[in-house]
Design a protein around this ligand. Structure first.
Ligand SMILES: Cc1ncc(COP(=O)(O)O)c(C=O)c1O
Length: 384
C-alpha cells in the first residue's frame, strides 16, 4: 500500500480548538521508510544552518547566568541589544519565546471570549489558532489573488475592524511571500484611527508580524508613533537562523507594552538563548551574509524549478510559493517529494492556496535535491 501523504501544515485546524502540528522528522522518516538524515524541511521557513557564533558561545560555556539560575526577568542585556538593532527605547521592547509567544501574549492581552479579530487571509496560521484559543471570532477578509500580489483589501479590512479588538497583519506575508503594497498599512492604520475617533472608542490593536523583514530589507516600525495601538513583532528565528533558541520581540510604545507585560511569564526564554541571541544581535554580520546567501539561492531555486515547468511565484522572503493549479496535483507533487524525504508545506482542503505548495529556500545541497525531484517528476507525468 502506498503511504498517505502526511499533513505537513504548520498546523491543521480540526475543530475550534483542536489542532495537529506538523509531522516531526521521525514521523516523516517512519512513514516513508527513510533514514532520518534524508528528511529535509522545506516546510518551516527556517534558515539552513545556525550562525558560527552560536557554536562559539556554546563552546565557551560562559552564559549570562549560571545554568543553575533563572534568566534575568527583565532580559536586560538582550533588550538593550534588540533596542539598538531596531532603533527603539528599551521600554518599547518585550521579549518572548519566539514571535509565537509574542503573538500569544497579544491574543491574551487584547482578545476576550466573544471578541473579534480581523484577518486578511491567507496569512500566518497561528493568527487563527490564537484567536480561537481565546474564544474570540476570526473575521476573514480575503486578500487579492496572485496578480494583485495577494495584497490585503484595505477598505474591507477597515470596515471589518469597526467592531473588532485586534487586526492581524503580516508583511512580508506568510505564506504568500510578498509585502503589502507601499502605503497600504499606513492607509489602514489611519482609517482605523479615524473610524475609532468618530465612534468615540479606542482603536483596535494592530499586530504587525514582521518575521521576514530582514529578507525584505524594510520595516514599518516607525508607524507606532502615529498609531499608538501598533505592535510590531520580530524574531531571531528566520534571518538570524536561530529558530531553535525561541526568541522573539514585541516592539511598541511603552504604553502598549505595559498592556501586554502582565501576561508575560517571567522566564520563558532560557539563559542559553538569551546569551546567544544577545551576541547575534550585537554582531549582525553573519545574519547579513545569511540573508544575501538566501536571496541568491532563492533566485537559483526559482529559476531551476521554473525551468522544469513549475509555476513559481515572486518572493521577497526565504520561501517560494509554487502553483500546481489543483489541490489534487499539489497533493501528488507533495507525495512525490515526501517519498524522497523533502517535506513541503501543504495547504488543506478548502484553503485558498490548496493548489499550491510553499517551499523554504534551504542549503544549495538540499535545494539541489528538490530541483532533482522536480525534474524527475517532469520526466514522469504519471508520477503526479
Ligand atoms: C509570520 C510568522 N510569524 C511568526 C513565526 C514564528 O516565529 P518564531 O519562531 O519566532 O516563533 C513564523 C514562523 O514560521 C511566521 O511565519
Amino acid at each position: 500500500m502506498s503511504p498517505t501523504p502526511v499533513t505537513t501544515s504548520e498546523l491543521t485546524p480540526t475543530g475550534p480548538s483542536v489542532y495537529t502540528w506538523e509531522a516531526t522528522d521521525e514521523e516523516v522518516a517512519a512513514r516513508y521508510g527513510l533514514r532520518i538524515e534524508r528528511v529535509a524541511r522545506f516546510d518551516l521557513n527556517t534558515s539552513p544552518a545556525p550562525p558560527a557564533l552560536a557554536a562559539r558561545v556554546l563552546a565557551a560555556g560562559r552564559f549570562e547566568r549560571p545554568l543553575s539560575e533563572y534568566p534575568p526577568s527583565d532580559y536586560r542585556r538582550l533588550s538593550e541589544a534588540a533596542a539598538a538593532v531596531y532603533g527603539v527605547a528599551r521600554e518599547e521592547i518585550l521579549v518572548g519565546a519566539g514571535a509565537d509567544e509574542i503573538l500569544d501574549l497579544c491574543a491574551k492581552a487584547f482578545l476576550r471570549a466573544g471578541a473579534a479579530a480581523v484577518l486578511p487571509s491567507p496569512s500566518y496560521a497561528m493568527f487563527r489558532v490564537l484567536t480561537e484559543q481565546r474564544g474570540a471570532t476570526v473575521v476573514d477578509v480575503p486578500r487579492g489573488g496572485a496578480r494583485a500580489g495577494y495584497a490585503m483589501d484595505v477598505p474591507a479590512v477597515r470596515r471589518a475592524a469597526r467592531d473588532a479588538n485586534l487586526v492581524w497583519l503580516c508583511t512580508p506575508n506568510n505564506p504568500t511571500g510578498l509585502a503589502e503594497p507601499a502605503g497600504a498599512v499606513e492607509q489602514l492604520l489611519d482609517g482605523l484611527a479615524s473610524d475609532a475617533a468618530s465612534a468615540g472608542r479606542v482603536p483596535p490593536v494592530a499586530v504587525l508580524d514582521e518575521a521576514y523583514a530582514e529578507f525584505a530589507g524594510g520595516t514599518l516600525l516607525g508607524l507606532r508613533e502615529r498609531y499608538p495601538r501598533l505592535v510590531v513583532v520580530r524574531t531571531a528565528s528566520k534571518a538570524y537562523a536561530l529558530a531553535g533558541l525561541r526568541v522573539g520581540f514585541a516592539l511598541a510604545l511603552p504604553s502598549l507594552i505595559a498592556e501586554i507585560e502582565p501576561y508575560r511569564p517571567p522566564g520563558s526564554v532560557s539563559v542559553v538563548s538569551v546569551t546567544v541571541v544577545t551576541e547575534a544581535l550585537k554582531t549582525p554580520e553573519e545574519m547579513q551574509v545569511n540573508v544575501a546567501r538566501i536571496a541568491a539561492e532563492r533566485e537559483r531555486l526559482a529559476d531551476a524549478l521554473g525551468a522544469v515547468g513549475w509555476s513559481v511565484g515572486p518572493s521577497i522572503t526565504n520561501f517560494l510559493l509554487v502553483d500546481f493549479e489543483t489541490p489534487a496535483r499539489a497533493a501528488g507533487v507533495a507525495h512525490h517529494l515526501l517519498r524522497s524525504g523533502l517535506v513541503p508545506r501543504t495547504f488543506g482542503p478548502g484553503h485558498p492556496l490548496a493548489g499550491q505548495l510553499r517551499l523554504t529556500v534551504r542549503s544549495p545541497k538540499e535545494n539541489d535535491r528538490l530541483i532533482e525531484a522536480a525534474a524527475d517528476l517532469a520526466g514522469d507525468e504519471d508520477g503526479v
